[in-house]
Design a binder for this molecule. Sequence first.
Ligand code: KIV
Length: 265
Amino acid sequence: MSVQGNIKNITLTQLRAMKAGEEKIACLTAYDASFAALLDQAGVEIILVGDSLGMVVQGQDSTVSVTMDDMIYHSQCVSSAVQHAFVMADMPFMSYTSVELALDNATDLIQLGGVQMVKLEASARQVSIVQELSECGIPICAHLGLRPQYIHKLGGYSMQGNDAASAKELFDSAENLQAAGADMLLLECVPNGLADKITKNSSIPVIGIGAGPGCDGQILVLHDVLGVTLGVTPKFAKNFLVDAKDIPTAITSYVQDVKNLRFPD
Ligand code: KIV
């Protein structure tokens, strides 16, 4: 049964209850008020103000140019229009390189941007940052697997955790970040088996993108769902507008397909 409809605002408690009740969580990105309101009305439970805005809004070829000012501005646009969904925002490139910097910037996203959670691209190095933010009362989503802010080190966007050593490192990082106080995990481009193992081992919701159907929820970039992405669309994405009569119907189909395990197939 959906928690949507019984509640005004979706909270972390409800998201955890959805995981416990094996109800899939539907998430999408949004960057402006109009689309945020549309997603909210369609029953999307988590709206991410993603730093993917660097690519889909600003036309850059990666997320690394996105600034804190950009994130605060788009977070304000989105949070002002949302009545039900849980809103989280990305901490942009280089905005959380120390505990002090992370605390200042996360505070701005919550106080000025109006979001309920911050997301940061994480590995073992970010454990102490997650712990400090969490102890100060800031909800955190740790983004693991493919970390797009590392594009210049990675040299391309590809599957992570393919071999035994990197799979173990990812699994251990997920466990340590949760122990440090992360309230949610996001797995990007991780083999299905590994994503299933991490999801089963976590008591917090695990959201996947290109990580198979076993995660507690799914997220896509809104522009991929509507088929308006500039350049290459990731293989795991799906254009829901192809079979829909209009944009609201496409968003509703995405939500229904996530909930009914039709996406990802
Ligand atoms: O920035 C973003 O949109 C993201 C998603 C790809 C999960 O992090």
